[in-house]
Design a protein around this ligand. Structure first.
Ligand SMILES: Nc1ncnc2c1ncn2[C@@H]1O[C@H](COP(=O)(O)OP(=O)(O)OP(=O)(O)O)[C@@H](O)[C@H]1O
Length: 531
C-alpha cells in the first residue's frame, strides 16, 4: 500500500511515492502535434479545451511505470494555481480511479513545502508561464499571485527560434524546430551574473544532424528574456516576485516572504538564474538584507517532492479524513515542511523544526500497524525521462490500471484515528525545540531571527476571502491572458446557470397552458353533453 504523488504539469508529468525525494518517473505530458499549444488540464488559463483523454493516458502510463506492483492507498495530485473548480473536479475524478483517497493541491504550495518552507514565495518557472506565488503557513495567497506567460519555457523557445533562424538553420517540421529550440535552451541558456565564471562558446548538436555554435551573447540573449520580459513594457522575473510579495503583505511579513523566495520548475535551471534573481531583488527591495533565494539542486521536481513530503507527513491522515482535504492546515504544512527530504538543502524554519521534533516523537511512539509506519520502497537511483519506445511498453500495461478503475478499490484503508483539532502542537511564535540539521544553519545569520514571527490572521475560510479579493483585483494581475481566461470560464458558467434557471419557469408555463387547455376542452365537451 502506498500513496502516489502525481505532478501533472503542462510539459512534464512526474510521479513518486510518499516520502521519496525524487520522481521515479518523468515523462513528457500530452501536448498535441504543435508542441507550443498546451492541451493539458494544467493550462486552462490559455482558454483552450484540455485534451483530458490524452492527459489521463499519460498519467496512467506514468503511474504504472512508477510502481506497477504497488497498491495505491491514496493519491496526491497537483493542480495549477487558480484552476477552475471544474478542473479540480476532473483531476479528483481521475485520481479516484486509482485510489479511494485523493488530495488535489496547488503545485506552487507543494513546491515550497517540498523545500522545507511553510512561508515564502514560490517562483515556479514552468513551460506555459512563470508564476510567483506567496504562501503563508502552507496556504497560497491567490489574490497576490502573479504570472507571466512571456517568462515561461515556451516563450523562451520562441526566442531560441529567432537565434537559430538568424544563424541560418532551417527545420523540416514544427516538431523538429521545437525539439531543437528546447535542446538549445536547456543546454545553453544563461543570464548575466557577476558571481559566475565567464560563459564560453558552446556548440550544440541537434537531433536532426545539424549543429549550432552559440556565443556568450547568443546564450545571454536567450536567458535574459527572463529578466527583460521579452518586451519594452513587460515585467521581469524579479518584478513579478516583488509585486507578489508586495500584494501579499507588508512590513515584517513581507520581509519574511522575501526571506523564503524558492525558485523551482524546469525553467529555473537556466544558468545563473537564482544568483541573478537575488541581485535584482536586493536592488528593488526596501530591506535588501531580508532577501534570501533558495534553490535546491533538483528544483525542477520540487512540486512532486513536496507532494511526497505532504503525503509522508505525520498526522496527515487526520487531514485526509476531514473537510475533504481541501486545504493544507498550518499544522500539516509545518509537518510536511519538516518531513521534506530537501530540508537539509534549504534550512527549516523554527515552526518546521518544532513540528519535526514533534513528528519524530510521535513516530517513535506509533505502533507497528499504524498507517504512519508505512515505509516506502527505496526510490531508484536515477529517474530518467522515458524514451518513446519504453513509454509504449508502459502504455501496454495501462490497461491493468484502467481495468481496476471500473471496480471499487480492492483495499480497504486502515481505520483512521478520530479527527483532532490540532494534529501537531506547534506553539505559535515559539522558536521550537532545538533540532540539529547536521549542517550549519543559515538561520544563525538570519536578520529576521530576532523578530517574533508574525502569523497571519486565522480567518475561517481564508481561501474564499482570498478568491473574492482576487476577483476584484484580477485586472491588475500581471498576466492578462490568465485573468481573461478565468473570467471567460466564469462567464460561461454563469450563462449556463442562468439558462438552467430560465428553464424552470418555461416548463411551468407550458404545464399551466396544457392544464388550461385540458380544462377548457373538458368544459366545452361537458357543455355539449348537457345540451
Ligand atoms: N536545464 C534547463 N534550462 C532551461 N530550461 C529548462 C531546463 N530543463 C527544462 N527546462 C524547461 O522547463 C520547462 C518545463 O518545466 P516544468 O517541467 O517545470 O514545466 P511544467 O510544470 O510541466 O509546466 P507548467 O508549470 O507550465 O505546468 C520546459 O520549457 C523545459 O524546456
Amino acid at each position: 500500500m502506498a500513496i502516489y504523488c502525481l505532478d501533472a504539469g503542462a510539459a512534464t508529468t512526474r510521479v513518486c511515492l510518499a516520502g521519496e525525494d525524487a520522481p521515479r518517473v518523468r515523462v513528457p505530458s500530452a501536448r498535441g502535434d504543435n508542441e507550443q499549444t498546451p492541451q493539458t488540464p494544467s493550462s486552462p488559463s490559455r482558454g483552450l479545451a484540455p485534451d483530458w483523454a490524452a492527459a489521463e493516458e499519460v498519467w496512467l502510463a506514468a503511474l504504472a511505470a512508477a510502481a506497477p506492483t504497488v497498491d495505491a492507498q491514496a493519491v496526491v495530485i497537483t493542480k495549477p494555481l487558480l484552476a477552475p473548480e471544474r478542473t479540480t473536479r476532473r483531476l479528483r475524478k481521475f485520481a479516484l480511479k486509482i485510489a479511494p483517497r485523493v488530495w488535489v493541491c496547488e503545485a506552487p504550495t507543494l513546491a515550497l513545502l517540498g523545500a522545507g518552507l511553510e512561508t515564502g514565495v514560490a517562483v515556479d518557472v514552468g513551460a506555459t508561464a512563470a508564476r510567483a506565488v506567496p504562501v503563508v503557513d502552507g496556504r497560497a495567497v491567490p489574490h497576490a499571485a502573479r504570472a507571466a506567460a512571456r517568462l515561461g519555457g515556451d516563450a523562451l523557445d520562441a526566442r531560441v527560434g529567432q537565434v537559430l533562424t538568424a544563424k541560418g538553420l532551417r527545420f523540416s517540421s514544427k516538431k523538429s524546430f521545437f525539439a531543437a529550440a528546447r535542446k538549445v535552451k536547456e543546454t545553453a541558456a544563461a543570464v548575466q551574473s557577476e558571481r559566475r565564471p565567464q560563459l564560453s562558446l558552446l556548440t550544440v548538436e541537434l537531433e536532426d544532424g545539424q549543429s549550432v555554435s552559440l556565443t556568450t551573447e547568443d546564450r545571454l540573449r536567450i536567458g535574459e528574456q527572463l529578466f527583460d520580459g521579452g518586451g519594452i513594457d513587460a515585467v521581469g522575473l524579479h518584478e513579478l516576485v516583488l509585486a507578489a510579495a508586495v500584494a501579499a503583505a507588508d512590513g515584517a511579513k513581507r520581509a519574511k516572504l522575501l526571506n523564503g523566495v524558492f525558485v523551482c520548475g524546469g525553467g529555473s535551471l537556466v544558468d545563473g538564474l537564482p544568483e541573478r534573481l537575488g541581485d535584482e531583488l536586493r536592488k528593488l527591495a526596501a530591506d535588501p538584507d531580508a532577501v534570501q533565494i533558495r534553490a535546491g539542486p533538483r528544483r525542477q521536481d520540487a512540486a512532486v517532492v513536496g507532494a511526497a513530503a505532504l503525503a509522508a507527513a505525520p498526522d496527515v491522515e487526520v487531514a485526509w479524513a476531514t473537510a475533504d482535504a481541501k486545504n493544507i492546515s498550518p499544522a500539516v504544512a509545518a509537518a510536511a515542511a519538516a518531513a521534506s527530504p530537501a530540508r537539509s538543502v534549504v534550512e527549516a524554519t523554527p515552526r518546521a523544526r518544532a513540528a519535526l521534533a514533534h513528528a519524530s516523537a510521535s513516530r517513535d511512539a506509533a505502533p507497528e500497524s499504524s498507517p504512519r509506519s508505512f515505509t516506502p520502497p527505496p526510490p531508484p537511483r536515477e529517474s530518467p525521462m522515458l524514451s518513446p519506445a519504453s513509454l509504449d511498453i508502459v502504455r501496454q500495461g495501462v490497461s491493468k490500471i484502467a481495468a481496476a478503475t471500473v471496480s471499487p478499490p480492492r483495499h480497504a484503508l486502515p481505520p483512521l484515528p478520530p479527527p483532532r483539532t490540532s494534529p501537531v502542537q506547534v506553539p505559535d511564535g515559539s522558536e521550537g525545540a532545538p533540532f540539529d540539521l547536521g549542517v550549519e544553519s543559515p538561520q544563525a545569520h538570519d536578520p529576521l531571527r530576532t523578530e517574533k514571527p508574525a502569523l497571519p490572521p486565522r480567518e475561517r475560510d481564508v481561501d474564499e476571502a482570498a478568491r473574492r479579493a482576487f476577483e476584484q483585483s484580477a485586472a491588475e494581475a500581471a498576466d492578462a491572458a490568465i485573468v481573461a481566461g478565468l473570467r471567460r470560464e466564469g462567464q460561461l458558467r454563469e450563462q449556463v446557470e442562468a439558462l438552467e434557471k430560465r428553464r424552470s419557469p418555461v416548463l411551468f408555463y407550458l404545464l399551466f397552458a396544457a392544464a388550461c387547455w385540458f380544462v377548457y376542452v373538458r368544459d366545452r365537451e361537458g357543455v355539449r353533453w348537457t345540451h
